[in-house]
Design a protein around this ligand. Structure first.
Ligand code: BES
Ligand code: MN
Ligand code: ZN
Length: 497
């Protein structure tokens, strides 16, 4: 889909469809009012007859509106004016784009981006509109032999701004929104791929392709490389599978070479059966999503590269499959991690922290400014926060604040969780430096506490995205989160927000 920015009046648009908003209790937005005037009251007539009541999420398509140059007018209900916020803005764009996709319209001029959203500027509205539009039209049908063809798919969307002096910031936001949407689409595609396709080697080859396309550095470490380094925690996870593990390292250089990089680490378990601590069968297919951390850091990297952000970035993806087998790691096994600390593996299903701890130690070599890991780490985080917020942990309060703010701005929220020493008690082992499982109480916290022991040498944050990376149910699928949060953090760090 193509996007552009325009400044003009709705009745003068020659596009296939003009989209304007209406509030509940028949209150027209300004662009709707302009159309209404040109049409001699045709729109307020429709509202008065009750065909459109302005309720949030509703739409009404009108043809042959007098006085307007467009072929169609789409009215979008916005709910009550006093309740119109960020969420309602996104919903309105989604409803509009979904409806447009079902009409024969090839292009459309959307005037919803002129709506005031409390505390948000025009750049925010344009970014979010593009992200919502791409999200609403996302499809993953590459494994369907018959794809549901859309008769005449929507190709071009024009977003309007109210004033000429908003054109420049809107154009910049357009680039940003497209970059973030592109990163999200990649994260969704990778997440949705079946685990027999998306295995560690596949992730590595996709990383290499991306590097070629975007001019990134890329290095892949194989099992032998990791053995030499002593990444035994990571390697222990892949003992039970025929799929060789991979450590994927990508680099984007947008600033001077001597500037310290931000490092993003993503959990890349391409399938988590639990290993010998086998998971129950119900919904086990969803454990193909256990590489969504990896997918999201790749998505954030793509977004940063497309926005040409003036900063240096490294992405580290420990990729492995967790399977039971005669050679698999047993509960009770003890391994020495890359950091030298020893780990008693009490539960082979707590595998994410094992691959991440070695990846975090590996990050030290880049002399990082900040390290952020992203992982579908614990079922406990789903219980704590559901699918609304990602769990956020950090060993610096300032970093936590920045990430919370980024999540807020992106409407991809996180919630700050505690990393207090008191929780470290749960990781005590009689035989090794620590166990890999703190038991059921505060499961998301103790997982983060485990990781914190490998992040002492740098500013570090951890996002537990077990509840936010995908949605379950009939229309299950990867969400692309937390690409928007990460991208906004990077924008903020680059001084662009
Ligand atoms: N990948 C899972 C976490 C998960 C579970 C994400 C359900 C989304 C939905 C992770 O590897 C895991 O199995 N964690 C265990 C840890 C426990 C054994 C300490 C968990 O959460 O049960
Ligand atoms: Mn697991
Ligand atoms: Zn897992």
């Amino acid at each position: 889909m193509e996007f552009s920015i325009k400044n003009g009046s709705p009745e003068k648009q020659r596009s296939a469809c003009v989209v304007v908003g209406v509030f509940e209790s028949r209150k027209l937005t300004l662009p709707a009012e302009l159309l209404d005037k040109a049409a001699g009251g045709a729109i307020s007539d429709v509202m008065r007859r009750g065909d459109m009541d302005g309720k949030s999420g509703t739409t009404l398509l009108l043809h042959n509106v007098p006085g307007a140059l467009c072929d169609r007018v789409l009215l979008v209900g916005l709910g009550k004016e006093k309740d119109f916020r960020e969420k309602e803005f996104g919903q309105a764009i989604r409803a509009a784009v979904k409806m447009l996709n079902e009409t024969g319209a090839f292009d459309a001029s959307i005037f919803l981006t002129e709506l005031a959203v409390r505390k948000r500027d025009v750049a925010w509205r344009i970014r979010q509109a593009i992200i919502a539009a791409r999200d609403a039209t996302y499809r993953f049908d590459q494994f369907k032999s018959k794809k549901d063809e859309i008769r005449r798919p929507l190709r071009k969307l024009m977003f309007s701004v109210e004033r000429r002096n908003e054109l420049a910031p809107a154009e910049e936001a357009l680039i940003q929104g497209q970059a973030i949407a592109e990163g999200m689409a990649l994260a969704k595609d990778l997440g949705n791929l079946p685990p027999n396709v998306c295995n560690p080697a596949y992730l590595a080859s996709r990383a290499q392709t991306l590097a070629g396309e975007l001019g990134l550095q890329c290095e892949i470490l194989d099992r032998a490389d990791m053995e030499k380094l002593g990444m035994n925690a990571l390697l222990a996870v892949s003992n039970g599978t025929r799929q060789p593990p991979q450590l994927i390292v990508l680099g984007y250089q947008g600033a001077r070479a001597n500037e310290k990089p931000l490092v993003l680490v993503g959990k890349g378990i391409t399938f988590d059966s639990g290993g010998i601590s086998l998971k129950p069968g119900a919904d086990m297919d969803e454990m193909k999503y256990d590489m969504c951390g990896a997918a999201s850091v790749l998505g954030a990297l793509v977004a940063a590269a497309l926005m040409k952000l003036p900063l240096n970035l490294k992405v580290i993806i420990p990729a492995a499959e967790n399977m039971p087998d005669g050679n698999a790691t047993r509960p009770g096994d003890i391994v020495a991690s890359l950091s030298g600390q020893t780990i008693e593996i009490l539960n082979t299903d707590a595998e994410g922290r094992l691959i991440l701890c070695d990846a975090l130690s590996y990050a030290e070599r880049f002399n990082p400014d900040t390290v952020i890991d992203v992982a579908t780490l614990t079922g406990a985080c789903v219980i704590a926060l559901g699918s609304v917020a990602s769990g956020l942990y950090a060993n610096r309060d300032g970093l936590a604040r920045d990430l919370l703010e980024a999540g807020d701005a992106a409407h991809d929220r996180a919630w700050h969780m505690p990393l207090w020493d008191d929780y470290q008690e749960q990781l005590k082992s009689p035989f090794a430096d620590m166990t890999n499982s703190g038991g059921r109480p505060a499961g998301s916290v103790t997982a983060a506490c485990f990781l914190s022991r490998f992040a002492r040498k740098f500013a570090w944050a951890h996002l537990d995205i077990a509840g936010t990376a995908w949605k379950s149910g009939v229309d299950k699928g990867a969400t692309g989160r937390p690409v928007p949060l990460l991208a906004h953090y990077l924008l903020q760090r680059a001084g662009k927000l």
